[in-house]
Design a protein. Sequence first.
Lengths: 415, 81
Amino acid sequence: MVICVLLARFALVAALGERRALLAEPVALAPEAGGPQIVGEVSAAAEAFGVQAGMRLGEALARCPGLRLVPPDPDGVRSLWSELLDRLERIGASVESDRAGQAFFEAAGLTGIHGGNLEGVLASTRRTLAGRDLGGAGRGARIGVAPSRFSAYAAALRARPRRAAEIVSAGAVRAFLAPLPVRLMRSRPELATLPETLERLGILTLGELAQLPAPAMAERFGHPGLLALDLARGRDTPLQPRRPAEPVVERLALPEAASGPQLEHALVLLIARLLARPERRGRSMRSLTLSARFVEGGTWRAPVTLRQASADPDRLRIVLTPKLSELPAPAESIAVEVEAFGPPAREQARLLDERGSVESRRERIGEAVRQARQAAGSDAALRVLAIDPDSRLPERRAVLAPFPAELSDGEERRR
Amino acid sequence: VSGLHRLGTPRRATVHAGPGGVPTTVGRTRVEAVNEDWVVEDRWWTGRPLRRRYFELVMVDGRNVVVFLDLVSGRWFSQRG
């Protein structure tokens, strides 16, 4: 069985921090700096005025003139959510979470260490989420239990905050899902647009969807159609638990007027400090995040995945510097965090330049080609012949052609 | 042409695709990130049209891998550029 933990308005709760009491009033997350002018998550009081997440700022303020806007804090959301996930992992759960406020884990392996039954696991989950050090962020969790990720999510939506979990057994899952609207599948990013099409075709509930034949769904909607069918029938893809994070962050406070060149110097310094961290243990860096805390409040994050993992400070600087220009507001501090390490760094500079060695290198290559051909025949030494180097199909770009004797002895020497 | 070996010929690959048809594992190695994806349509004027959806992937073990889904046969291949 899969357990789903849902925390509504998590980004708003995290951004409010100590001012959580404001949730009782109409508040909304302000538009992200540099992003479209739409409000983020909104409180229940704001919803009562007709304000919804994703609504344009002007319309939200027109509907609720007393709406208070809170600067978004993606950094805060991330750290609070990762603290909650850490706590769940401490009770033994292998947690999958693609979105802050939503976590899934299998109950199967946990019953043995929490009283031998599902109730024991749920009680431990509740206890760990209600920890005081989290400032009550996890107390309003809704918990659903069902055989698959999607059905557990649907069950959690039906559960009430701080009350008993909604449990759907394997035998009852299809009946449980049947009356629910297909709109529920919007929670899956890959199926975000499918429910609208289904509704236009007159398929309004998951029960109606579950009765459609798989070949027809595949023909009409392709892979998303088959996935939707699986979800409606109570099946889902296996959970993919997150890998334990290794937080390695370097942060630097900035003088008030830090701009272009100063920011770049700060970045160089941060990279140098990051490379010197003992936790790196000689590994290269695969993925990094540049983040900033703004003078006016709020935070910003820009993730960067390197094409080739590297521990070369120049290369890291080249990759991260363009992100600095995307900073939407003056920052009081910037930070670089390693999201994922790559393999151990093997790039090493040459100790000595091999000056004047071109001729001798050619001679060595020519000799090697002759010896290889003597030992293993003419196919032992081949050359790459570019045929259509700009072709969109890699197999048409080059071929391996035999090395003609006159080339190995003559042309190769000339090169 | 006799004596020529093509470089970068596609090889069959075991790819598990997740939601949206995006690869999640290649062989037994998990995909860390998708750098790029693109579609190539060629020879559409012949009897053997070629339609491929390419993905340039970063694997958890640090390798960069290019795979494509042959949209005609529905099979996955890996390829070196």
